[in-house]
Design a protein. Sequence first.
Length: 732
Amino acid sequence: MGLTKIEKNTVTIAVVGLLSLLALFSHISIYLHIENHLLAHTILEMISVAISVSIVIYGWFTFSITKSLPTFVLTIGFMVVAFFDLVHTFSYPGVNLLEPNLQASVWFWLIARLTEAFTIVMILALHHRDQTVGRPYMKYVVLLITSGLVFTLKYVISSYSNVLPILVEPGIGPTTIKNSIEYGVAFIHLIAIVYLWKVYKRDKNAYYLNLILAFYFLILASLSLTVYTDVNDATIIIGHIFKVIGYFYILKGFYYFYLHRPFEKKHHTEQQLADLESQLVSFFQETKDAMVIYNLSQNKIIRRNQAFELTFGYETKAEREVKYAIQKYIENKKRKKGTDHFQTTLKSIDNYEVDVYLTSAPILSKSTKLFAIMIRDISVQVKAERKIEQARRELQETIQQHHGVIFKLKKQNGVFVITLVDGKLVHQKGIIPEAIIGMDVKQAFPLLISSEVETLLWKAWNGEEIVYNHYSAVGEVLLFSVIPLRREGKVVELIGTISDITTLIKTEELLRKSEKLSVIGELAAGFAHEIRNPLTTIKGFLQLIQTEEKEQKNDYLTIMLNEISRLEMITNEFMVVAKPQAVKYIKTDIIEIVEKVIQFLRPQTILNSIEIFLEVNEESAFVYCDVNQLKQVFINLYKNAMEAMPDGGNIKTQIFVTDDNVTISIIDEGCGIPEEIIPRLGEPFYTLKEKGTGLGLMVSHKIIDSHHGSIEITSQVNIGTTITITLPLIKE
């Protein structure tokens, strides 16, 4: 990457300075004496003093504005430099403005150099901190203390120069002490150059190049003043020239940073303000929201944007509403700072009602009180809010009209807290929903939330969907249904319902009893036939007993007892089906249940010319069940199979036992069921029979579901139907 113009100029000046120094060290001018050496020395030192004083004066006034700590350090530092350069000049042999003293004059020179070097170090250390001097009087305190120290140091050097280390040997030149101090100052300047070069490479600010040149020439000055042998040598004059150039670049950099750069910032700020004004004007004119500028002093709108004129026209009621907004803003300003806003309705240019949102804010101005008013059309938003409010109200009414309870729970501090609850059941219990929001659900419903229910709630919180029948102490049956709500895969709430299903449970029980009665009625004819046959046999043998011998009577009595036992078996099975039984789950062999049902239905099968075959692959299969309910299911299914075969036939029953389940398949040879009708089987009051109710299969489905089993129906028209029941086995 090539150098910029200012970088090229900096390099050129540095090369010229370096060549001048090399000329000194090549003995071209080391021993060159200048006749007017004293005059040249005095003029160069006074120029240095003038530059230092300029830095002090400008820095003092700049500090009054900026309060910058680096500026204050630069000002005080160069005040000290100017003072010691001045006393160095006045005490130089031959000037005679102070008592001539070569050693004291050189000490004043070195103190000025050291002060300038340490001032630069402090400024660089504070450069990026933007520190300020907070208290105004501090600058005077520091100025007074510094002045006292400077005059004290000047007095000590002037009075005791004869006991201080010698810095210059006549005819020999500077001593080791003097040269060491010069080299130390040059080293400080070198470090400053390295640091400033890094900063310049980052910021590309010409201010840093001026300081780099200043320190560069001050290094040359220090090196020049280490090689002379006599105070009249030209080397001293050249060194002072380097110092003057160095001070000049310090002044130039100081001027650029604190005067030129502020002007640049001012120009940049003005440009930004112009751009901002252009953007604001563009925003004002192009925004889709109506906007006006209102002059409070004149009580009039002084500017409108295009959106306002298109929506509300030029002179409309809307302007009066805007003025009202301003007045309201002024009234509320005492109570609330910042913008004020309110919602109202305005007439559009087409005489339509427009819902708007007015926002007013003051515009800072010294001469007039101006306000910016934005008028936003919120008609769509208002309509949406009204719809949302209506939907919310309808939802609330729906929840309130729910016959049970709808609730939401959230876990807080290890307990479930109610966040929503309502429904008719809540009000029937005399509970006010608002009163229990935020309460622990166990405290709100102490009789309802048992330890078992609480365990189920924790299961729901762990992700399970819960359905549970709760039997209360007063005979109510409440159905709990709880679903976890997830957000980002994490359960955050539980939502559920509680329904009073007491009536439903009783209705289901009545349906089961009704279906039993229907089955009993349909089987009654078969049972009557079976009962009549044994009775006829018994009657005939009783008549024979009256006429036969005693030995023959014993044979007749045996036959009669057998027939009576058969009657007892038939009536017992009939009573099992007909008599209401309490639900009782016990461990039972399902094969034995099926065999008893087949035996029970044998009279009906004989009447209908049907034979039932049983096939099993195990001797037993134990399930956890209510025996009477399963008998009712099998009676329903066998009865349906027999009704599907009016001309008689065979019914095959296959019981297949696996590791976990037992399947019972009842296969008939009837007319079959159309495939499209099968999914509807089990619906209440849906039946293919002329006088059927459709309740048989529905009750059967309910019973098998309560046993955690399933029913599957497959059929082919004119071939037959297979009904397969699957039940879980008891695991040993």
